[in-house]
Design a protein around this ligand. Structure first.
Ligand code: SF4
Length: 338
């Protein structure tokens, strides 16, 4: 059976044909047709769920294959999204993660006139829904409206994942990211001005074609100035079919490895400063499960997406509890229930 990402929802049908006819099936679509709503799902957690609000991407970052395999950006109608979240809440969900490659451009191309921050406001009105998260935000499309909506909200979590990719404006241009180092730092300033307690995480690529020592120093400079709580770091790897696959000036493996290790150290250092300040405070966490290393401990997630381990009883799973933070371990904490 050969099929693609646009018709993966037809898996059961394709499987049925294969089993009943015995013949080989090839069903490849060049683009997505309609959204398929209300498919049955089995959720990993009964109390939280992802909700796709859009598919595809129009950005064509030069290193990325997503726009070629997922097609053009397409948003789901807001009524359908609200309806899905309502159904989830009725089913016991208290936290949703809105998903899209670039949620900040939600609404583009829809008949209804709606932005991402307006969608968030609609979802905020759903009774019983306690937390709203979203991912991923593209820095070039993050509006003042969205920052305002987050700051004013009781339900939107105090965390934003804002992929930087590189701190060098030259490299950002080669990546076709649509913002400069200064634009990015200005965004961080605006976000922190409205929400000083927010946790900001990022993605960074090291060893992109053309990256030299000066470019890398710009990345380190942003890491120091932005104060990321954590970062996902990647060594550039070529994706066949993307424009960057034809760029020839790859830095040497030694330079890339050295820069990568240096970046990890800088991120660890920056994260330490940010996380220490929570020790001694009491935070509300959603209990996600039993600690994988010690069954006497539970693992809970704070609004800022950081994890706390604390002694507790399984009955709390899926519930909100207050925990006093007693120790920081850098990217996670220990605490006691209060
Ligand atoms: S990196 Fe993200 S924004 Fe850029 S093309 Fe890929 S999916 Fe789109």
């Amino acid at each position: 059976m050969i099929f693609g990402t646009f018709n993966v929802y037809k898996l059961a049908e394709i499987l049925y044909s294969r089993l009943t006819t015995g013949s080989r099936i090839t069903d490849i679509w060049q683009e997505s047709r309609d959204f398929v709503e209300l498919l049955p799902t089995e959720r990993k957690y009964p109390f939280k769920s992802g909700v796709n609000i859009m598919y595809g991407c129009d950005n064509f970052c030069t290193y990325c294959i997503v726009p070629f395999v997922r097609g053009r950006e397409k948003s789901r109608g807001s009524d359908e999204i609200v309806e899905e979240v309502r159904r989830l809440v009725n089913d016991g969900v208290v936290e949703v993660m809105l998903l899209g490659q670039n949620v900040n451009s939600y609404g583009k191309g829809l008949d209804e006139d709606i932005s991402f921050s307006e969608l968030l406001k609609k979802l905020e009105g759903i009774e019983g829904l306690k937390r709203i998260r979203f991912m991923t935000s593209h820095p070039k499309d993050l509006s003042d409206d969205l920052i305002g909506a987050m700051a004013a909200s009781e339900k939107i979590c105090r965390h934003i994942h804002l992929p930087l990719q590189s701190g060098s404006t030259n490299i950002l241009k080669r990546m076709n990211r649509g913002y400069s180092k200064e634009d990015y730092l200005e965004l961080i300033r605006k976000i922190r001005e409205k929400m000083p307690d927010i946790s900001i995480t990022t993605d960074i690529i090291v060893g992109f074609p053309g990256e030299n020592e000066a470019d890398f120093a710009e990345t380190i400079d942003v890491v120091r100035k932005a104060g990321f709580d954590s970062a996902f770091t990647f060594i550039y790897s070529k994706r066949t079919g993307t424009p960057a696959a034809n760029f020839e000036d790859l830095p040497s493996k030694e330079d890339t490895d050295r820069r990568f290790n240096r970046l990890l150290e800088e991120i660890k250092e920056a994260g330490k400063d940010r996380t220490e300040f929570l020790v001694g405070s009491t935070v509300e966490v959603l209990v996600e499960g039993v600690n994988t290393h010690d069954e006497g401990f539970l693992t809970g997630r704070m609004s800022n997406n950081l994890i706390v381990h604390f002694p507790g009883n399984k009955d709390h799973i899926g519930k909100f509890v207050d925990v006093k933070i007693t120790e920081s371990k850098g990217f996670y904490y220990f605490g006691t229930e209060v």
